[in-house]
Design a protein around this ligand. Structure first.
Ligand code: ADP
Ligand code: F6P
Length: 354
């Protein structure tokens, strides 16, 4: 089995609260196993350029509570090219990096799988507020982002109540409605629009008209960005026109990606970071660390990426070719379960407030 003397850690793609806690866990778990850690700055760009520094135990002190990522993040198109990949491999050789823990989203995992294929074993950790990695129940940053959203919505509701207004709020999530749906339920919103569930605009207008007649003063409507970039401001306008209720629009955007991680994200990040190191040092690679039914587990990255495509209805010709029938069936079941969970939550929201 390969002996690991030195591993690298990087964060890539959109940042997420809890990434620092994950880096800290990787550094400390590796050092406690007698392995050195190199911090790779600015994701795969740092790997190409050699922007790398050793990280000692004390270098990751006082970061568990900090948002963002102290290793910085980047989107690096060059890494997708063979020339970029060759430079990254040369850097690994020059710095003696035997393996890498890559924290990020599905793009980051694609990079990690390419790197593994080129001889540098990688393990992925899901760090994204979107919760759009289908192989894990939760991603690092999701909980914090949702808590930030409901804190902001609670404030909006105060002013909506004073002025008898509606406020349409657009939240991030890329193609996933998880942030929108969960925060709509938790903030008692009047309606939510997410890409995964068909919606009826007229039913929302009617609900607002009826509730206003019965004396309701404030209305919160949440829109996931995945519904479409112009949808949220447009629906705000339509609500006002169709209900007579003055309606404002707010796009929370990147504000939801910052801030101190919640306890849930810190513990998740720490558990995943330590587990990633254990797996890498045990000779496992091309895996992504996941939480399934409350347990930290590892999934093959290729499995995770194709599962994602299946869940998002984006399977391409040949995607399933490398998998046996039993594995494909397991993917189908996982997709159905994930859809069913989302729909159940949507239904809970519909029956209680949405
Ligand atoms: P996320 O990891 O949050 O999904 P991106 O999709 O931007 O964010 O991916 C982060 C980085 O991962 C990219 O900038 C690129 O360097 C690398 N990457 C993305 N897709 C691929 C790919 N198909 N092959 C190799 N590297 C990739
Ligand atoms: O993936 C995280 C995320 O914040 C998405 O919610 C959003 O669509 C995207 O990244 C924004 O990307 P950028 O930081 O490049 O504006």
């Amino acid at each position: 089995m390969k002996e690991f003397r030195k591993i690298g850690v990087l964060t890539s793609g959109g940042d997420a609260p809890g990434m620092n806690a994950a880096i800290r866990a990787v550094v400390r778990a590796a050092i406690s196993s007698g392995v050195e850690v190199m911090g790779i700055f600015k994701g795969y760009s740092g790997l190409i350029k050699g922007d790398i520094k050793p990280l000692a135990i004390r270098d990751v002190s006082n970061i568990i509570n900090k948002g963002g990522t102290f290793l910085y993040s980047d989107r690096c198109p060059e890494f997708k090219t063979e020339a970029g990949m060759q430079k990254a491999i040369e850097t690994c050789r020059a710095f003696g990096i035997d393996g890498i823990v890559a924290i990020g989203g599905d793009g980051t995992f694609r990079g990690a799988t390419d790197l593994t294929a080129h001889g540098i074993p990688c393990v992925g950790i899901p760090g994204t507020i979107d919760n759009d990695i289908s192989s894990t129940d939760v991603t690092i940053g999701f909980d914090t982002a949702m808590n930030t959203v409901i804190e902001l919505i609670d404030k909006l509701r105060d002013t909506c109540e004073s002025h008898a207004r509606c406020n349409v709020v657009e939240v991030m999530g890329r193609g996933a409605g998880d942030i929108a749906l969960n925060t709509a339920i938790a903030s008692g919103a009047t309606a939510v629009f997410i890409p995964e569930v068909p919606f009826n605009e007229e039913a929302v207008f009617e609900k607002i008209r009826m509730s206003r007649k019965l004396g309701k003063r404030n209305f919160i409507v949440i829109v996931s960005e995945g519904v479409g970039s112009d949808f949220a401001p447009a629906i705000a306008k339509k609500i006002q026109e169709n209900t007579g209720v003055e309606t404002k629009f707010a796009r929370f955007a990147h504000i939801v990606r910052g801030g101190s991680p919640t306890l849930r994200d810190r513990v998740l990040a720490t558990s995943m970071g330590a587990y990633a190191v254990d797996k890498l040092l045990a000779g496992e690679s091309n895996i992504v660390i996941c939480e399934r039914n409350g347990r930290i587990v590892a999934n093959d990255i290729n499995y995770a990426l194709i599962l994602d495509r299946m869940y998002k209805g984006k399977l391409q010709d040949g995607d399933l070719d490398g998998f046996d029938e039993a594995t494909v069936e397991r993917m189908r079941v996982e997709c159905q379960e994930r859809h069913a969970e989302l729909e159940l939550l949507y239904e809970v929201g519909r029956r209680t407030n949405l």
